[in-house]
Structure formats: structure tokens, C-alpha cells
Ligand binder design. Structure first.
Ligand SMILES: [Zn+2]
Length: 366
């Protein structure tokens, strides 16, 4: 029987600012070396994925959608705080990006000890990026794998052991999108334990193309070898008694994945949604895919949203500490199905608002 486990927090300050390097390297690549106007969290479209502040403020259509989203949040404090994060010109962004834009010094990356978020679902890694383990009756599914092979060996493997899990039981690693902070550790498990790596076909293609902008350790980073390709919406990965449903939500990368994951919360079966690329929707096609992914979540009666990077929609690291210190209390990630449905509508309207604000500019200047 699974018992909720509370393990102590070991917070280790690490010198490496992998995320910051990642963000700024990508921006320079996108902008031909020109200084970045603002940090936008590594989307392939860069600043072009978002309206300018003026477009955002001056688009009546965008602001009408913002007002609609605000009204949907009503006086529900959980929804209000999610609205505040979702309904901005850059949308929900990881704290490191927001700090960079505010001219604040980067927060050091620190390790977060493994935490059991649900009866069969664990988080481990860093405050800036993490990975997850889902336990089944036939082994473990990992979601993402941190930045490097070294981190897989020194962080993921010991974390699994600490939680009483066997690293050799990792049968699948589903990589949310083809950036190194998600696939970096995958080759370690693939080579050592024969774990199968799952990624969208589009992102397999992307990571296997030579990248002329990659420098230093990035250029020589080992890639996982192609095992399983996600090619269509609602494709499943099944291991024992667990089935994860996947959809493709392009925007952050061409084949970023959304996951629908059944978990147990204090013995109760619930469905959670994970968005690997948050909600970056630089064009109509990506916005449509994003909306469909959220509509599907509503249909599946999803109750919690988990992000590839903590901190997009709330104090997710703090929420994890709350779960760790009070494992039998209510889980701060979990909403009612009704609240989640409203949250999904808020995210859709705010993403639509960003796109229509950009469209306004395009029409005006053409
Ligand atoms: Zn990424």
C-alpha cells in the first residue's frame, strides 16, 4: 500500500545557472546576437510570440477578453491568483524570466528534495526545472529528466532510491519537449536501464537536426536515441495499471506535449494535466491546439495543472513544501472540476487576448 511520504528538504545551492544560460542563449540565437528586448522563456518565436506592452494595452478586443477572464475568476482566491499570472502580456512565465525582465539578479538554482505530490506521483529536481516519477504496478514512468546525464546520475537516481523506488524499474521517460533541460538526463536511463524515451516526432526531428547555435557543453550534449514518437493527439503510453494520454500543443517547440495523467490523491482517483510548454501560442494554429487541449481537459474532468517548470501559475515550490510538511492535508494543486473548468477558460481567453493584440498591430502597420 502506498503511504504518503514526507522526506526532509535538502536545499543545496548550486552555482550553475543553467536556466538563465538557456534563456539568454536562445534569445541571442533568435535575434542574431542583438541584445534581448525582454526575456520570454525560450520560445522558438522569441519576442514575436508576444504583443508589445502598447499592443496589449491598446487592443480593445484583448482587454475585453482580459475582463471576461477576470469575471470568470470571480471572488475565488485560487482562481484570482491564477488569473493574475495567466493574463499578462507575456502570459505565465517562470520566475527566473520575470526576474530577468525586472532587472533583478538571478536567483540561484537550488535542489528540491523528492516530494510525493500524489500517492503515485513524485517531483524532484530544482526550483527552476524538475522531473516527475509516476509509479505503476509494472514499473515507473519518468516525465522529463533534468539538464544532463550527470544530473540523472547524481540527482534523479538517488532521489528515486530515497523514495523507496528502484531506478531499474524506469520503463519509460516521456520528454515534454525537445529542450535540453527536459531530455538532458534521458540518455543515462536509456543506456543503463533500457528505459524507452518518448517524445513527439516533431521534437525528435528538431533535436536531431544539427544546431549551429549550440555552444560549449550544449554542443556536445548526448542526445537520447529515438524510441517512441508521439504523432497524434490522444496517443497513449500505458505501463501496467497506468495510461497517460498525450496531445501535441505547439508553440514553445513544434511538438510540445500536454499530458493527461490519472493519479491518486489520498486514495481518490483524479486526473491531472501537465503542460510542458506552459501556454505559448504565437499563432492561430498553436492557439487552436492549446484551446482543444484545455477543452479535452475539461471533458476529462481534470482537477490540477502541473507545469514543466515550477512557479508559472503560483508558488508551486511552496505548495510542494506544504504537501511535504502536511502530507495528509488538502493538496494545494487540486481544484474542484468546476474551478478547473473556469481556470481552463481563463487560460484560453488570456492566450487569445495575446494573439488578437498582435493581430491588431499587424493589421495597423501593413
Ligand atoms: Zn523549453
Amino acid at each position: 500500500m502506498l503511504k504518503r511520504m514526507a522526506v526532509g528538504t535538502a536545499v543545496a545551492a548550486l552555482a550553475a545557472m543553467a536556466l538563465q544560460v538557456h534563456v539568454s542563449a536562445q534569445q541571442q540565437a533568435q535575434q542574431g546576437g542583438a541584445p534581448a528586448r525582454r526575456a520570454v522563456g525560450g520560445t522558438t518565436a522569441g519576442n514575436d510570440a508576444y504583443p508589445t506592452d502598447e499592443q496589449w494595452k491598446n487592443s480593445k478586443e484583448a482587454q475585453a477578453l482580459v475582463s471576461k477572464a477576470k469575471a470568470a475568476a470571480g471572488n475565488d482566491a485560487k482562481l484570482q491568483s491564477r488569473f493574475e499570472k495567466a493574463c499578462t502580456v507575456l502570459g505565465p512565465q517562470r520566475p527566473a524570466v520575470l526576474r530577468q525582465n525586472a532587472g533583478l539578479p538571478a536567483e540561484p538554482q537550488r535542489q528540491v528534495d523528492i516530494v510525493k505530490l500524489f500517492d503515485n506521483f513524485y517531483f524532484f529536481g530544482f526550483n527552476t526545472v524538475g522531473a516527475w516519477a509516476i509509479t505503476t504496478n509494472q514499473g515507473i514512468i519518468l516525465i522529463d529528466s533534468l539538464n544532463t546525464v550527470d544530473e540523472a546520475e547524481k540527482i534523479i537516481e538517488p532521489a528515486l532510491v530515497k523514495a523507496g523506488l528502484k531506478p531499474a524499474d524506469v520503463k519509460y521517460i516521456i520528454v515534454g519537449h525537445g529542450h535540453f533541460d527536459h531530455f538532458g538526463g534521458a540518455p543515462y536511463f536509456q543506456q543503463k536501464y533500457g528505459s524507452k524515451v518518448v517524445m513527439s516526432k516533431l521534437d525528435w526531428d528538431m533535436i536531431e537536426r544539427p544546431n549551429p547555435n549550440a555552444r560549449g557543453p550544449q554542443a556536445n550534449r548526448p542526445l537520447p536515441k529515438r524510441d517512441v514518437e508521439v504523432v497524434s493527439d490522444n496517443q497513449k503510453v500505458t505501463l501496467g495499471d497506468e495510461t497517460i494520454t498525450l496531445r501535441i500543443t505547439p508553440g514553445h517547440t513544434p511538438g510540445t506535449l500536454a499530458y493527461y495523467i490519472p493519479v491518486k490523491d489520498h486514495g481518490k482517483q483524479i486526473e491531472i494535466l501537465m503542460l510542458s510548454g506552459a501556454n505559448i501560442t504565437p499563432d492561430r494554429a498553436s492557439l487552436d491546439a492549446f484551446k482543444k487541449a484545455l477543452d479535452y481537459a475539461k471533458q476529462q474532468k481534470v482537477q490540477a495543472l502541473i507545469n514543466g517548470h515550477p512557479g508559472l501559475f503560483g508558488d508551486e515550490i511552496g505548495w510542494m513544501e506544504q504537501v511535504r510538511s502536511n502530507p495528509n492535508g488538502p493538496n494545494p494543486f487540486v481544484l474542484t472540476t468546476d474551478e478547473f473548468a473556469k481556470f481552463a477558460d481563463i487560460m484560453k481567453d488570456c492566450a487569445e487576448a495575446r494573439l488578437v493584440a498582435m493581430d491588431t498591430k499587424k493589421t495597423a502597420t501593413n
